[in-house]
Design a binder for this molecule. Sequence first.
Ligand code: ADP
Length: 872
Amino acid sequence: MMQQYFALKREAEGCLLFYRMGDFFELFFDDARQAAAILDIALTSRGEHDGEPVAMCGVPVHAAEGYLARLIKAGCRVAIAEQVETPEEAKKRGGYKALVAREIVRFVTAGTLTEEALLEPRRANVLAAVCELRGTIGIAACDISTGRMELEECTPESAGAALARLGASELVAPEEWDAAPEAAVARPRHDFASDEGEARLKSLHGVATLDGFGNFTRAMLAAAGGLVAYLDHVGRGTLPFLQPPVARTGHATMAMDEATRSSLEILSSQQGGRAGSLIAAVDRCVTGAGARQLADDLGAPLLDRSAIEARLALVHWLHDDPLLRADLRGVLRALPDIGRALGRIVAGRGSPRDLGQIRDGLAEARRIRDFLSAKPDRPALLEALLPAMGGHGALVDLLQRALVPSPPTERSQGSFIAQGYDAALDELREISGNARRAIAALEGRYRAETGIAALKIKHNGVLGYFIEVPAKHGDILMAADSGFTHRQTMAGAVRFNSLGLHEEAGRIAEAGGHALAAEEAHFEDLTARVVEARLLIADTAAALARIDVAAGQAERAAEGGWCRPQITDDNSLAIEAGRHPVVEAALTSSGGKSGARTGSGERFVANDCVLSPDDRLWLIGGPNMGGKSTFLRQNALIVVLAQAGGYVPADRATIGLVDKLFSRVGASDNLARGRSTFMVEMVETAAILAQAGERSFVVLDEVGRGTSTYDGLALAWAVVEAVHSGNKSRCLFATHYHELSRLAESCEALSLHHVRAREWRGELVLLHELADGPADRSYGLAVAKLAGVPKAVVTRARSVLDRLEQARSETGGIAAGLGDLPLFAAAASAVHDERVDPVRQQLDLLDVDALSPREALEMLYSLKRLTTEREP
Ligand code: ADP
């Protein structure tokens, strides 16, 4: 057995091997250890190998799906080795001790799932392949749950942003490629051959040239080759559903790199989940397919004004007609996920239920088309979508006639083909129906004949049909001439057979077998018909998703009083009374934040942002917690929402198309990402300075904070100057460095703004309101007090501050230039003690995550000792 196991394990190429043994999938050796830890199941052992006990764990086959889901979530890939013959067949083949033959029947990997239970309904599941060809990067991506496929070529520098947009759950790359993304699964180099890729796509779609689908470069085709080869490998030769590829050029969508996406929390929050993200605050889609389309839209805002306007016009139409919108959403809500049902069917993993979903979804699509076609003033985008929703008359009709109203997920039991569809099948069912009735009649007859009222005819999987009487009556039927033959004696009952029962049961079994075979044949036939229509069905699914997105956007806009943005081709950005959708939603739902006192009470304070070529950089000061980050991000999010073709949380918005969006948060604000290093901050800032242009929008939050005050100020200063005079991008720059105000003197397109705060009866009141001009002071101490820093510490800080300010006035004013920052010279000496503080040094060196609880405790003791030693 071990020999067979090792052969399969080699074939599994690094995947965990699920080795079928009877009712269990067993895992051995390291696989077992890994799986047992992830699944929290018992690790046992079995036999010995090389003198060591073999570690083993197992999961029951009927519950395997749940365990698979958890393993996939934990980043594993799994190969399923099934028994491909029965023990009887094995015996026949190889004698009494023959081993049942096993084969890997499929691989389960994060990027190649189709099972409803393993997929998230509102998230696309992307598999991507990436490779390099003569200095350019090719990327191929698909979502096999719906068949979508796209190819992209980019430079090595922009590859990161392209992959970030895709958010693939699994990535493959050629082996031995130095620049391969860390998480990528290594695949043979020869899989990534462009001619092979091209040939595969051509044969897949039955075309002589791919030109009809778009312009594909060699790098794109090489990546496509790698992708299809991997799918082939994982599917053991059966390819999943792939629609014709779409070529994506970097110029069609707004560029956003990984850091920008994560800092703006577009599809997931920095904590990792959907909660707290932009999409969670915006998504009002009523179908999973709509939600997936919306995620796609928000992840790839458009650059083409007319395409954006087309989407906006549809949202507008639905926004202005609440009754129509409500009706439409009501119907959409009931739609099955036909895109994913189709994905399963084409991949050969479809069920009768999936066919039923296709039937219902297509029928519903036709009704929606009829309903919308009757409405006046339809926007152009809708007109373009409607034809895709009605072309399936014959198929819908066929499926409606063929299938029962709610077909089961299990196909081996039959009972999914409707009465009246196939006369021969009906006859077989009639025969078994009659036989069942005959058996029921037999029961009555036998009771009368034997006088045993408790006699029953029963059925189970082992014996089939049998007659059962309580033990005390057993003798009556045991009599030689009773006509009954004994089959089994139980504790309280005896079981018999009879000639009559045997015959009727035979009829049922035979008719049942034929009926099952007939249903199976129909299933194959119906599946083939659906597969034939796959591209049209995929179009229908896409059209419905697009309509759902628009209706959801309209709903969200109506709910929040959002406006339709004006899109222009110039470099302006004018947002009146803008709001942050996530922060606003959080305030509304919690009924306002407790704790910190805000001048706004419980409500979100709307703010304007007006940038133009000669006032393109806003430097925003004001106290911590004053609302700077919120303001920065809300404007970036409004741009994303607008260019994704939706309404925006503002009273009015004019948006000059943004080609690249950058958002960065200074290192110390960024601890949650677990990359606290100042290095990361600078790498990210460098990327902006290298890439941002006049059409870009840059949002920088406290950049320069992750290092000493002195360096930080200097860097912030230089970065602002560079963005202002070099990149010339529209930019919002939040800082608590007061001194940066001086930049207004040398940078003509820079203006000063601040979030307002007031001290009232010794308490700080944050107004969250943006005002013109520099912040009058930093309010740092007031914020510290608000945050509950002990009074003694605040008082001490106040006295240090006084000394600093005194030093400042003595040296005659604040920073006159970067070479000469007297304030900081004074500050350096005033806080000198703090710099060499041994406790602080210890803390700086500490890697908290690396400590065991015991080490942590010891560290605390040692820190405590240090402080007591220092105390006079
Ligand atoms: P800063 O960047 O200035 O430190 P934040 O933008 O992080 O401040 O805001 C701190 C908190 O203040 C937010 O979490 C939010 O609860 C609240 N806040 C920010 N802006 C507003 C606003 N415009 N209206 C109401 N509350 C706001």
